[in-house]
Design a protein around this ligand. Sequence first.
Ligand SMILES: Nc1ncnc2c1ncn2[C@@H]1O[C@H](COP(=O)(O)OP(=O)(O)OP(=O)(O)O)[C@@H](O)[C@H]1O
Length: 472
Amino acid sequence: MNEFWQSCVQKLEQDLPPQQISAWIRPLVPVAYDEDRAVLRVAAPNRFKLDWVRKNFVQQIETLASEWYDKPVQVSFELASSQHAGAGRAGGVAMPRPPVASATQEAPAASAPAPAPQPTPVAAAVTDGVHDRSRLNPELRFDNFVTGKANQLARAAALQVAENPGVSYNPLFLYGGVGLGKTHLIHAVGNALLANGTGVRVRYVHADQYVSDVVKAYQRKAFDEFKRYYHSLDLLLIDDIQFFAGKNRTQEEFFYAFEAMVAQRKQIIITSDTYPKELANIDSRLISRFDSGLTVAIEPPELEMRVAILLRKAETEGITMPEEVAFFIAKHLRSNVRELEGALRRVSAYARFHGREVLSVEVCKDALKDLLSVSNGQITVENIQKTVADFYKIKVADMYSKRRPANIAMPRQVAMYLAKELTQKSLPEIGDLFGGRDHTTVLHAVRKISDARTKQTELNHALHVLEQTLKG
Ligand SMILES: Nc1ncnc2c1ncn2[C@@H]1O[C@H](COP(=O)(O)OP(=O)(O)OP(=O)(O)O)[C@@H](O)[C@H]1O
């Protein structure tokens, strides 16, 4: 594992800028590799870094681990205990240890014993520098956010809020699929406000972290401090609010923070993977609050925007990318910006490794072979199943399974409908590809979804996004 980790860091160094390596990769510590389950445990020094690497680097590390161990490896991130401190930097390997309790578990029953007091994240936040305190990433700004049809409304709303926090749209609720720039945009608002230098109190928090803060405040009986901190902010940026689902105590606390902040004209910006009314297991009074400001969608980027993003990112990284190369990548990779960034890193590392000065379409074809075979421009039933499963956050396997809960049955019908609409396959062929279902089941799904789409705006919107993602 030690050897793997050293090679992994070296490979990442070829792909990522040095600041990212020192900020996010070097502080990580490999904890243990479970050979039987093919799971590699990696510890991060704090919750912020944990969330960040989980979100931004898991794919790269899993790919490298899978190559190294020659089988699909899952990487599981966790918070470091004191045993791990420093081991990563020294390149040493920490011994396996008992798993860390999930920080996202909801507040325990009132009788739960309180653990020994430690500095709370709230207290820690007060002692850090301004960016650490706000948890903003200074790299995510308006000036490096590429705009196109898919995100122009969201950007305009975010700019408006940055100019008039607390008075224009409160809350601003941004929603959209993975990797489309929601996090980037809300950091941009925070950074713009900090840049004004008026001493505003800004805090970015991932919903998962907020849940964890509620749990800690509960355990340490520190709710007053918790409330004081959150209620005192001028701008609260809360990412991926769908993670509040089923966390009742968190929702209650957030409701009070929300009411207090909005009453004092303090700005709140929320992101989510779906629009407010579609959020599952969230209290209806919160949903109605979320909808009371401005709700804006970010959609998957269209071709021209994908090209612009690639050219812009290549320029920033000092990579010479001819337009035809950008068009080639953008035509084939259509789902989100994170995927484009990954492709750019891969292509440039490949070119560097093979001593090619200028990127060419040939280099891209080689470097992105596996990605391109999945999305070679053709719409297949497999592509549709994967895209729809990603969109609705269900497993691809549920497309073939016999399970029928509504949250699975509906996406499956959507996928069948799209398969009929976008491929040449017959109803029986589609039925076969959905776990051997009868053609009448497919016909029923096609009729049901095409009828529902004419009556339900949100379903129509979702289908539009899916069609656009699949067609490119
Ligand atoms: N319009 C854009 N211009 C430049 N970079 C972008 C744009 N949109 C997204 N990105 C970049 O793509 C990556 C993914 O974006 P981001 O993390 O903001 O997505 P997200 O919508 O928050 O996704 P998730 O739902 O997974 O949290 C980031 O590195 C971000 O900087």
